[in-house]
Design a protein around this ligand. Structure first.
Ligand SMILES: Cc1cc2nc3c(=O)[nH]c(=O)nc-3n(C[C@H](O)[C@H](O)[C@H](O)COP(=O)(O)OP(=O)(O)OC[C@H]3O[C@@H](n4cnc5c(N)ncnc54)[C@H](O)[C@@H]3O)c2cc1C
Length: 232
């Protein structure tokens, strides 16, 4: 039978130890503190009548893995569920509760009434919920609505760098095929090189180089303007 030592009695260590024990392994869980739970804990300060909650502040019914962990530990019945939460922001209170609407719309009225949010915040929340709603329908829409918008800035940066690099690439077409066959692999900067340093038409080559800089500047400016508009 396998003998395993798990170091750290937080959620991760506890879950690992429990899963291993369920497979029949002999598990030793080592925790440096006097209590288990790690950051997901509450504690009783000296002279204080109530336990202070450190975490887990938010446990929702969609936290299925955590709920399953509590169930397997035999403590699921100790979770106290609330059907409404009172929130205070900007000296205003609001009651956060689910409405009898299909998810994720069930939280929309509560989010709309949240104090401390600007009109822009509410619009972004509405957009996020609409995307969640769409993403729930089809698998490919998860990619279109969530994954792609998240990686789009990184993709844009890479595409921009590659595009600028394509304009100035010279060494590979020069060394591989000399720009040929014919002029099929002749890039812009290779053409500038041929015009300036082979034909010695310096004025024309300088103009071409300036046009290249201007094209690169226009593309970069449009890209950074779009990125800035997206994050402001
Ligand atoms: C204030 C606060 C509020 C939070 N609110 C929420 C929330 O509402 N909802 C939510 O989902 N998450 C929340 N979190 C996050 C959540 O609590 C943590 O992500 C989770 O508890 C981390 O678990 P863990 O096992 O990875 O790490 P930890 O909980 O940090 O556990 C690591 C354990 O390893 C022990 N350890 C470290 N080194 C050693 C060693 N050398 N030998 C022995 N033991 C060692 C530590 O003492 C600790 O007990 C909150 C966190 C904090 C701090």
């Amino acid at each position: 039978m396998a003998r395993v030592v798990v170091i750290g009695g937080g959620l991760a260590g506890g879950a690992a130890a429990l899963a291993l024990a369920e497979t029949g392994a002999t598990v030793k869980l080592i925790e440096k503190r006097s209590r288990l739970g790690g950051r997901a804990c509450s504690y009783l300060p000296p002279g204080w009548p109530h336990a202070v909650d450190n975490s887990q502040h938010v446990l929702l019914r969609c936290c299925t893995n955590l709920l399953d962990f509590y169930r397997r530990l035999g403590v699921a019945d100790r979770v106290r569920w609330h059907d409404r939460v009172t929130l205070v922001a900007d000296d205003r209170t609001s009651v956060f509760r689910a409405w009898p609407l299909p998810p994720p719309l069930h939280l929309a009225p509560a989010l709309a009434a949240l104090p401390g949010l600007s009109g822009g915040d509410r619009a972004r929340l509405a957009l996020a919920f609409t995307r969640l709603l769409l993403a729930g329908r089809r698998r490919e829409s998860i990619f279109r609505s969530i994954t792609f918008p998240l990686i789009a800035p990184a993709l844009g940066t890479v595409a921009l760098l590659r595009l600028v690099e394509t304009f100035k690439i010279l060494d590979i077409p020069f060394s591989m095929l000399g720009g040929g066959p014919g002029s099929a692999t002749q890039t812009y900067s290779y053409y500038v090189y041929l015009t300036g340093l082979r034909s010695f038409n310096m004025g024309y080559a300088s103009s071409l180089a300036y046009i290249l800089v201007i094209i690169a500047m226009i593309i970069s400016t449009i890209y950074f303007w779009r990125v800035r508009a997206r994050f402001e």
